[in-house]
Ligand binder design. Structure first.
Ligand code: ZN
Length: 198
């Protein structure tokens, strides 16, 4: 409770977020995890600055919510989250207290990566007391490069909505990203050939 009051106080200090991004301005993008941030950098290129809330060493389910995260979210033009309860334990309260309409649920500036993904391992029974954390299926879908292509397209779509002037750049960056993933996929599939079906 105390930490939430602190968040609310900081949100007041940093004030309301700025108006809609003028064309040509760099978008401030915040991703919950470093892998999502990496994809956002590929798609956004020079038109974005990207930060990740979770450290690469942190379990994305259990990130320590800090006041600095709140400031980062307050100033963001775009938020990219994994979704499917990946950040359930820490992001909702931060988002509430960040007071930023641009990244509110349903806003063009809010990307939920899981929305385009066919979820695997959706449980038929679920019990948090037994340590289950994936009630909507496995949210670690970024491990599949094919899913990363879907998410990259989703990010390009949202960035274009928030900054229509950059749409051409985002589209070109997406094509370049997909081409490099396809090239890598051929290599990876060859490497993993001996483990087919495992
Ligand atoms: Zn998990």
């Amino acid at each position: 409770m105390k930490i939430m009051l602190l968040f609310a106080a900081i949100a007041t200090l940093v004030g309301p977020p700025g108006k809609r991004v003028p064309p040509g301005k760099t978008l401030t993008v915040v991703a919950t995890t470093p892998d999502l941030a990496a994809v956002a950098r590929e798609i956004g290129g020079d038109l974005v600055t990207v930060t990740a809330l979770a450290k690469p060493t942190e379990d994305p389910h259990f990130v320590d919510a800090k006041p600095s995260h709140l400031v980062t979210l307050n100033r963001a033009d775009v938020l990219i989250e994994g979704g499917a309860e990946l950040e359930l334990g820490w992001l909702p309260s931060l988002l509430d207290n960040a007071r930023n309409d641009k990244i509110a649920a349903g806003a063009p500036g809010h990307v939920v990566a899981s929305q385009g993904i066919k979820m695997l391992e959706v449980p038929t029974t679920f019990d948090r007391s037994k340590g289950d954390v994936h009630s909507l299926g496995n949210p670690h879908f970024m491990l599949d490069p094919l899913n990363v292509k879907i998410i990259a397209a989703d990010i390009a779509d949202h960035l274009s909505q928030v900054n229509p002037a950059g749409a051409g750049t985002f589209k070109a960056n997406l094509a370049k990203f997909n081409a490099s993933v396809d090239q890598k996929l051929a290599e990876w599939q060859k490497l993993l050939e001996p483990y087919k079906g495992a």
